[in-house]
Design a protein around this ligand. Structure first.
Ligand code: NAG
Length: 149
């Protein structure tokens, strides 16, 4: 490459770099989630802060505000409260509070989530629903004007 085109190459790279960094920036909470065997797509991008007790697994996640998301692949409408709480150990989230899903004309609280690696098993009380984990590989953005991401 001639020096001039090399310069062009690098200045293009520098211009593009911040954009690509912005488009993929999982929060510490998202990274933490993967360390417990869960995909980042379980949490919206609007995470403000979180805390976890590594001994008991008790955690809370604070979002910028309540949040509405359409979940793949069946387009269930889900809502996230401003604060999500629960208990997490490897492959299992229990005592979950703050995530609700609309199905069969009702709102259901998701009480727990298990991860087998391949699949996620959502628990709604005694009822479970299984989905491939790869459907949750991307962090969803909150929908609507209250998203406050
Ligand atoms: C974390 O959990 C353990 C076990 O339940 C408890 O003894 C400890 O006080 C907790 N730590 C904090 C900072 O809450």
């Amino acid at each position: 490459m001639a020096p001039k085109s090399l310069l062009f190459f690098f200045s293009t790279l520098i211009l593009l770099l911040p954009v690509s960094l912005q488009s993929y920036k999982p929060s510490a909470a998202h990274t933490e989630l993967t360390e417990y065997g869960f995909p980042i797509g379980l949490l919206p991008s609007s995470v403000r802060s979180y805390s976890i007790n590594k001994t008991s697994g008790d955690f809370h996640v604070d979002l910028g505000g309540s949040c509405k998301i359409t979940l793949p692949p069946d387009n269930y409408l889900a809502t996230y409260s401003k604060r999500i709480t629960g208990k997490i150990v490897s492959g299992r989230i229990a005592e979950l509070d703050g995530i609700r899903v609309r199905a069969l004309f009702k709102w259901w609280s998701i009480t727990g989530i298990r991860s087998t690696g391949e699949d996620l098993v959502f628990e709604v009380g005694m009822v479970t629903a299984k989905y491939p984990s790869k459907n949750f590989d991307e962090t969803p953005a909150c929908e609507g004007k209250h998203s406050a991401s």
